[in-house]
Design a protein around this ligand. Structure first.
Ligand code: COA
Length: 192
């Protein structure tokens, strides 16, 4: 039987797995407490996990601030990269923030992280700025995906096709405390 991928809201039971992926993915990982406070205290946050046959293999987080969704963290377990899971997480997140009025998505990425830059470019993100000394050892590039609300950027349709073609299922939504939500992902750590 084909493996089943589900995308669902992150909860405290996912944190141990998320933290393991975080630690193998980033030089400057978030602490477990950072993830916990995002889930418990940040009402503008949306955090999602990707589960393959029930096992957490990736996650994404973002904040929704006015008309902007800002990706705060994104990682996929190393053995499962280049299978479409990261793309599925981003598209699902976009689908969730559009109804809340998001017009664009932004994120910070290390200039040296060529794989992630290519990944985001393929999704339509463009570099539109640089934050000096954002990371302890590097500037950050700011990447933006514009015009989420335009009908020709029919994200809902794109996600639907992704599910149909990629045998991806979206789990039943679970109780969500806030509306809204990348590399400690981006150098930013909500717990510090
Ligand atoms: C960036 C990341 C989340 C991408 O997740 P993923 O599940 O591997 O991405 P996908 O399989 O959806 O990739 C889709 C496309 O993006 C591009 N891409 C993804 N990773 C790439 C890489 N390392 N190098 C070049 N292109 C890449 C490819 O075009 C890929 O399609 P293909 O495999 O058919 O060629 C994953 O590599 C990761 O966890 N990296 C470590 C953490 C990180 O850097 N996070 C981003 C912080 S800003």
């Amino acid at each position: 039987m084909d493996p089943t991928l589900t995308i669902e809201l992150m909860n405290e039971h996912n944190l141990a797995s998320v933290f393991e992926i975080e630690q193998e993915s980033f030089k400057d990982p978030w602490s477990l407490q950072s993830f916990r406070s995002e889930l418990e205290l940040n009402r503008m946050a949306i955090y999602l996990v990707a589960r393959l046959d029930g096992r957490v293999v990736g996650y994404i987080g973002s904040w929704l601030v006015l008309d902007e969704g800002h990706i705060t963290t994104l990682a996929v377990e190393s053995d499962y990269r280049r299978c479409g899971i990261g793309g599925c997480l981003v598209r699902t997140l976009i689908k969730r923030v559009i109804p809340h009025g998001a017009r664009r998505m932004t994120l910070e990425v290390r200039p040296s992280n060529r794989g992630a830059r290519k990944f985001y470019s393929n999704l339509g993100f463009e570099v539109h700025g640089r934050r000096k000394s954002y990371y302890s050892d590097e500037d950050a590039l700011i990447m933006t995906l514009h015009d989420l609300q335009l009908p020709e950027k029919n994200w809902a349709e794109i996600v639907k096709k992704n599910y149909e073609q990629g045998k991806i299922e979206q789990a039943e939504p679970v109780e969500q405390k806030g509306e809204g939500p990348d590399e400690g992902s981006t150098g930013f750590d909500p717990g510090n």
